[in-house]
Design a protein around this ligand. Structure first.
Ligand code: CA
Ligand code: CA
Length: 408
């Protein structure tokens, strides 16, 4: 009788797992419905060939395989249990907190782009057209009425009249005429005049031409002058006195400007000042350098003063003699051109003249001329010197200037 293989006895101690087939020891054989007797067992042991050992190895491999399968199944069971466990549920519950954060931050980001519309503010650049308020200069025009300076008018004050400057002569008394000399300048007498304005210069070709060009005046009766073929329309003589205008033409020009010719009293006061002790517009004796008269270069030989050169043999531009202006800043009242006066001429008028704002005789043959000219001697340039001339006379040594009441 062979001893049982210790290995087989060990195998008999294996777990009671049901395995079909021939098994050594207390192993169920066959269908397992019946337990065989010891004799049967011995018979069976005797019938077991030695070659069964390798078969045993086959059986253990099968068992290992089954064990692996069982282990895998157990692991699967554990995993399944794990997923069904509360830990899994807790782990799952914790993850949603991460997903909830995302949506909250997202909205805040989408609204921030709104400020990108701020470029609209760049359209506010439209205010760059605000320069329109530069129309404020209109306010400066309101300064024109600042002629409210009237209360402060005095010697040196002036106004503008169609491009011509007029100087202010204050109201007051002055001495008119002269106690000696020719009969028509006598007697010296005090006259009161209201304030008035008088042109600072003799009316120039340019000033008169503005009236002619606007159909306000007739053209001078000659466009030339003494030894000057082209005078009135020649731009070289624009600032020279207009010549060849009659008394009616002179009057019409002043009225075109809204002014009038000066009275004889106004003209004399403008030339002499208030005291009446001046023989010329300047203070003191005759000075051949302060006026344009018939000097040593004058073509009228019998009138020429051979000791004086005043700079002009013929007519001179207005305002050429700064030192020859009157106390009121008025130029060329002595010399250059004779000047038409509003009054009729009467050699005896001073004996009957009103003492206040005299307007001259009511009628007459001639109109008054004052101041002498470029072709006269110094005596005829005296401020009280006076002559009468046919008002229709137009000549190369006769001009005029305008005046106006200062307090109409
Ligand atoms: Ca001269
Ligand atoms: Ca003059």
């Amino acid at each position: 009788m062979e001893k049982p293989d210790p290995k087989s006895s060990e195998s008999s101690k294996s777990p009671s797992i049901h395995i079909e087939g021939n098994v050594q020891g207390n192993v169920i054989i066959g269908d397992g419905n019946r337990v065989k007797s010891d004799s049967e067992k011995n018979t069976a042991r005797k019938t077991i060939p030695r070659k069964a050992i390798p078969r045993k190895k086959k059986r253990s491999r099968r068992a290992d395989t089954a064990i692996v399968v069982a282990i895998i199944g157990a692991i699967a069971t554990v995993i399944a249990a794990f997923f069904n466990s509360s830990l899994l549920s807790k782990w799952v519950e914790s993850t949603p907190t991460l997903t909830a954060v995302i949506p909250t931050s997202a909205p805040t980001l989408t609204e921030t782009p709104a400020p990108t519309k701020t470029p609209l503010s760049t359209e506010t650049s439209a205010p760059t057209q605000t320069p329109e308020p530069t129309l404020t200069p209109a306010a400066t025009e309101t300064l024109a009425p600042t002629i409210t300076l009237m209360p402060t008018l005095g010697v040196g004050s002036s106004i503008e009249s169609r491009g011509v400057t007029m100087m202010y002569v204050p109201a007051g008394n002055f001495v008119m005429g002269n106690g000696s000399g020719r009969e028509e300048v006598k007697p010296a007498h005090t006259v009161y005049l209201g304030a008035f304005y008088m042109d600072q210069y003799e009316v120039t070709n340019a000033a008169y031409k503005r009236c002619v060009d606007s159909n306000g005046c007739g053209a001078p009766q000659s466009k030339g002058s003494f030894n000057i073929p082209s005078y009135y329309e020649n731009s070289i003589y624009a600032d020279y006195p207009v010549l060849f205008v009659s008394w009616p033409q002179a009057k019409q020009y002043c009225e075109w400007r809204g002014m009038r010719l000066p009275t004889e009293a106004e003209w004399e006061k403008a030339a002499r000042g208030e005291t009446g002790n001046r023989t010329y517009p300047w203070k003191g004796a005759f000075d051949g350098t302060k006026l344009n008269f018939c000097d040593k270069n004058c073509p009228v030989s019998k009138e020429a003063d051979k000791n004086v050169d005043d700079g002009y043999a013929n007519i001179a531009p207005v305002g050429s003699y700064e030192e020859g202006k009157s106390p009121y800043g008025i130029y060329d009242l002595a010399g250059n051109v004779w000047e038409w006066i509003a009054d009729w001429y009467d050699a005896k008028y001073y004996f009957t003249s009103p003492v206040e704002n005299p307007l001259g005789p009511n009628a007459g043959q001639d109109r008054v001329l004052r101041g002498g000219a470029w072709n006269t001697n110094k005596n005829e340039t005296q401020s009280f010197y006076r002559i009468g001339k046919n008002p229709l006379t137009a000549y190369y040594d006769i001009g005029f200037r305008c005046a106006a009441d200062a307090n109409p």
